[in-house]
Design a protein around this ligand. Structure first.
Ligand code: NAD
Length: 313
């Protein structure tokens, strides 16, 4: 099990490239399937040994079959990870996120893959805004085509576990951030945007009062959850939140960036955004118990590592 071949779809992207790095460091041979639409080959270029890169789309069943051959674990991260793009082209988003996931599952089932781990999204909870947080039983309300397509993928994972005995685990990521994240990310793009503005001495622009909260998760913690989900026993068919259990306001974020950058910038406030989720916070009791997951990199440490990366780039 330790040295089985791992396939990372979306492995040239932000979270995927960090996962590839960790798997290689643990001695796994790694194959990446990525169409490089938002991912970059350069995200993988520094790695040694190098992962095998198949440049192709999860929407192409022939390519997907080739990619899963001989694989023990599939980490399925390929997606159109953008609410804005899903609104412009919902059919494309569905093709990649929903049909693409079905392609991966069907090929994995036929080729005897041991387990599929899926990067699901907290967007499944929609406008749920309880300041006490969301657990996995919080009612699902996918409001965007992106949230709907990612959730359709989730349902296919659950159905394959039930129908074929294929081992599947779903991880609902909250707001993951860190090096290599693009500023247009719907999740933590705000960190990339504010870091950029504040590094140039410009005041960050907040929509509303800045007291809206997010559960910002440094990417190393998400990678820990992905790898634990690949190995834990008795978890097939299950879904787990991936967060820190701590909420951070946008004003806290600005303060952390001011501290790290050594700046004293006061944010400007514009009108609140329509439909903006007020309070987002992961309850993580279930993943703690089932996977032994425990976040190791704090928000502050994550911010300082991310700022360092922006400075070096
Ligand atoms: P990303 O855009 O960096 O990663 C997505 C990767 O998938 C990219 O490398 C892209 O090139 C690739 N891809 C896109 N379409 C493809 C296709 N048709 N075939 C093959 N590859 C394709 O974004 P990310 O933030 O690293 O997201 C990774 C996964 O995590 C996604 O599934 C996303 O929905 C999920 N997620 C991310 C967050 C977050 O906070 N970043 C939160 C919840 C869920």
């Amino acid at each position: 099990i330790m040295r089985e071949l791992c396939l990372v779809t979306g492995g040239a992207g932000f979270i995927g490239s960090h996962l590839v790095e960790a798997l290689l460091a643990a001695g796994h041979p790694v194959r990446v399937l990525d169409d490089l639409s938002t991912g970059r080959a350069s995200n993988l270029a520094h790695m040694s040994p190098a992962p095998e890169l198949i440049r192709g789309s999860v929407t192409d069943p022939v390519v997907v079959e080739r990619a899963v051959k001989g694989v023990g674990v599939v980490f399925h991260l390929a997606a159109v990870a953008s609410v804005a793009r899903s609104l412009e082209d919902p059919l494309h988003c569905h093709g990649v996120c929903a049909t693409g996931t079905l392609n991966v599952l069907d090929a994995a089932r036929k080729h005897g893959v041991r387990r599929i781990v899926y990067a699901a999204s907290s967007s499944a909870y929609g406008p749920a805004s309880d300041p006490a947080g969301q657990d996995e039983d919080t009612p699902l309300q996918p409001l965007s085509p992106y949230a709907a397509a990612k959730l359709a993928g989730e349902h296919y994972l659950a159905s394959f576990a039930a129908s074929y005995g294929t081992e599947t685990v779903r991880l609902r990521f909250f707001n993951i951030f860190g090096p290599r994240q693009r500023a247009d990310s719907p999740y933590s793009g705000v960190i990339a945007i504010f870091t950029g503005m504040m590094s140039e001495g410009r005041a960050p622009a907040i929509h509303g009062d800045g007291l809206q909260t997010r559960d910002f998760v440094y990417v190393t913690n998400a990678v820990q959850a992905l790898i634990k989900a690949a190995h834990a026993k008795g978890v097939s068919g299950q879904v787990y939140n991936v967060g820190t259990g701590k909420s951070v306001t946008l004003l806290d974020l600005v303060a952390a960036l001011n501290k790290t950058l050594g700046t004293h910038l006061t944010p400007t406030h514009g009108p609140a955004r329509v439909g903006d989720v007020r309070y987002s916070l992961a309850k993580i009791a279930r993943i703690r118990t089932a996977l032994g997951y425990e976040p190791t990199v704090s928000f502050e440490e994550g911010i300082s590592r991310t700022v360092e990366w922006y400075r070096s780039g």
